[in-house]
Design a protein around this ligand. Sequence first.
Ligand SMILES: [Zn+2]
Ligand SMILES: [Zn+2]
Length: 308
Amino acid sequence: MRTPKLAFAVTLMISALFYGSNTLADTRILASIKPLELLVRAIATEDMHVTTLVPPGSSPHNYSMTPSKRRMLEDADVIFWVGPQMETFLSRILTGRDFGERSVALMQRDAESEQDHQAESHSDHDHAHDHEDGEDPHIWVDPHMALAMAETIRDSLAQLNGADKPALDQNLETFRASISAKEALIRKQLEPMQSVSLFAYHSALTRFAEHYGLNIEGVLTLNPELSPGARHIAAVQNKLRGANHPCLLTEPQFNRRWWHSITEGLDVTISTWDPLAMDIDANAEGYTAFQQSIADALLTCLPENAEH
Ligand SMILES: [Zn+2]
Ligand SMILES: [Zn+2]
């Protein structure tokens, strides 16, 4: 009884060799957070299955993994994450023996690729901000850093068995063109924002603001897992009081009571933006829609748009 089975298995193996691209239908790509899923979807071909690990409403800063999430890691062929400074809950498991080879930390490669960008394509605007410090891990909100991440994603996907490399290259070029058009549009839209004083919940907005030449005057909490001390709150309140059209950008993952009292009695416009792109459609255009959603949240703070 065994011989036919074995023969059948060999036949399967041979046809898998001949029709290698068909096996890609089972390729599972896991992104740690939704914005990375959007970058992967911009690059991946249609036969690749893409999902996100951290569910909507949760923050990667304080996430703890359930057994079903652990199974998602085990089932994945490639795992994209920002790196140990961002998804701390993944750092031990993804740098270990089981997952080291199939996980790709996008932050570690970033400094390198961003340098190439500065050399070739950053003459269009003043890009003096420091992209190489490893401090702020919210790298995906900066469109040029996102492009560098997309290039790394292309390189990783191209190594998969049966990958359609010309299609991956084409997707990367399409993404490059749409990011550059979106970036130019947003830069224009944000010009009047110089008259607004921006305050953020935590550092997630910083790299977006820096990229577009905007200044963030205050950050409510340096560690999003903790509420800040009284002295820090008093300092932020002071800045809010002295600010010109203060605008506080809050995040749906951290809509906690403690910060509401900070703005009491002050004329502050509050706008919500989502660094985790929860409500953005998961498709190849998702990342540019995400960039626009951040710009739109900022624009509601312009004096002519703000409700008082
Ligand atoms: Zn964050
Ligand atoms: Zn930038």
